[in-house]
Design a protein around this ligand. Sequence first.
Ligand code: S3P
Length: 431
Amino acid sequence: MSRLEIRPIRKLDAEFAVPGDKSISHRGIMLGGLASGTTRLRGFLPGEDCLSTLHAMQALGCRIDRVAPDEVLIEGRAGKLLPPAEPIDCGNSGTTIRLLSGIVAGFPFTTRLFGDASLTRRPMKRIAEPLRQFGAELICEGAGDRPPLTLRGNNLRAIHFTSQVSSAQVKSCVLLAALQAAGKTVFTEPSLSRDHTERLLPAFGASLRNENKSIILHGPQRLEGTELDVPGDFSSAAFWMVLAAGLPGSKLTLRHVGLNPTRTALISALLRMGAGIMEKVEQPTPEPLGTITIVGGNGLKATQVAGKEIPNLIDEIPILAVAAALAEGTTEIRDAAELRHKESDRLAVITKNLRLFGVPVEEKPDGLLIEGGCPLVGAEVDSHGDHRIAMSAAILGLLAKGKTVVRDTACIETSYPGFAKQIAALQELGR
Ligand code: S3P
């Protein structure tokens, strides 16, 4: 089984870029496959999750060429996908299965979508309900509305749907189905989740609008191929941001990174904690991107994170918990029960791993109380098959005293190919 062995580093003085944004790469492939004409994605993330989406769209008849490791050319099918010859493997990727469901719901053939053990545990009722309202036939084969999913597409009718969770995957599934549904679809969510789909649809020629905190899309609509420059993934940058914030005397510059405000609430949380961070937007549309500079070692203090901020740092909570472990006082994370439905039960796994590093943590049904400032001691921990847990544990290892071993790290490939190499390079520089 793959593992990472980590020794602490004393300083960090570096400038680099992280690989492409996972959410934008998924959407670029899917929208490009539906569009007419060619779409070029530069800075595509060649992680396993996005490759699941790439293979899925190929299985639905799209020609997709990888002209470079991080560049793809997609020949769109002008809204006419083909029936897949076999069930489609979505791997570990919730984004693939939920967004693809919204796409195939509009096609008059049967698609079966399945995934690995972790994906098979993830709830699908949240997308099954709206897709059935649109008129699609959908069976969740797993107990409690879990995958595999079998969908039979139909002529869809537009819906008005209010989601109980702030989830960009649910929102995107609904918007993708709405593109193919006759009439006016209105989508509402409790608070704003990441808005990549709303930003990218107009780049592919679609029109939609916001009205009274809802999104309105009139279907059916056709998409036109385009060229997209995918920014670096803020969620990947987050690991290095917390590392730099926690190391006295460090300076880190991250270039060409996504700065979409629905993704960057970690910056606000770290600023409240006293970290030295500057962001500079260099390109505003369709996706804001720019440079982040972090100057470390100001001494962090505890904060509270709850409510509307949660969806905008949902993937960063494992690494925010590392910052909390370094901060003086007790950091409180609330309203984050969604974390129990990610690649692992992240509230349970963060609690378990932080305790192994010597951090006192109280697990709540919807959050965590993390008492920071205790000495961190290197530990042997498990990723529980969850990429963000594995990478957060590796960062703890760079900050803790003694040796750390992170077991089962192959999952890192889902979102951050090259992470282990980056760790090795920083260890070399920071001895
Ligand atoms: C994603 C949305 C988020 C996030 C996931 C990627 C997306 O999930 O956790 O890693 O690309 O839409 P939810 O929207 O379900 O919270």
